[in-house]
Design a protein around this ligand. Sequence first.
Ligand code: NDP
Length: 300
Amino acid sequence: MGAHIIDGKAFAATVREKVAGHVSRMVEEHGIKPGLAVVLVGEDPASQVYVRNKGKQTAESGMASFEHKLPADTDEATLLAIVEKLNADPAVHGILVQLPLPAHLNSDLIINTIAPEKDVDGFHVVNVGRLGAGLKAMIPCTPLGSLMMLKDFHGDLSGMNAVIVGRSNIVGKPMAQLLLGANATPTIAHSRTKDLPDVVRQADIVVAAVGRPEMVLGDWIKPGATVIDVGINRVPAPEKGEGKHKIVGDVHFESAEKVAGAITPVPGGVGPMTIACLLANTVTAAARSAGLPEPEGLTA
Ligand code: NDP
């Protein structure tokens, strides 16, 4: 029997429904309309698609959406001034600067200029530190979405061995913090890890965030383990026609699905949850800024 397929698309729809419910209550009961500002510099095609989807879903959930599209040669002072203006704008509760930024801009400086309480990507050092210290933080969307799916499927993660392949600041490291916070026992593997397949075989939960198409194979997976595939890789798909491409994960789905107990597909797994969690973080930020209770079901 194959693994249970964790349907991230369907789960993301339920998160968006919760978001919309919280938004309408905040508007009706408190006169607060949560607002998300997205700043895009340059014309990277993938970033343009992300920003369009984010804007659309923000508006659909009843929130205010503010888009700032700037030319690729925007200088640092101009971008910093826009971020400062958004920091001071009471209609804006969440600010996202789409990465990657053009090479002449200092991403760290710009991200760390966002007011931490409006940093809905959770990349500001204050939020990184607060998450590490087990304090209330803005949590990066991709690991947050992955944790929500794991908790939804397993309930309690206490005592489970988790192996995260990849140690990026965006996915791997915050994922480990979240799993630790959920009482799992996380191990972070990376390109220098020895005997990676053997390390992965110890895991009750595998999170693959490597950026290498279909690297994690079925025989690396402990029978019955839960596999969260964060990878998004565009690869040639000659079977679909000349010059065609398809999206695959970091896990070899066909072999892993035969061994795992549960697995997220790509596409349709972690990806939709990431945007849903961005909306969730914006509502959380708006509630916190107004001193309201934490919106239920939207955070770790
Ligand atoms: P990074 O490139 O920042 O990090 C990749 C990590 O994988 C690094 O820690 C690297 O190790 C490790 N790695 C690379 N090669 C190997 C290897 N052969 N064996 C073991 N470890 C290896 O990637 P991100 O974390 O930003 O993204 C990871 C994947 O997730 C990508 O496919 C990306 O597209 C996807 N992604 C998906 C999102 C979504 O919404 N679903 C959001 C963000 C990312 P080292 O540190 O030693 O170099």
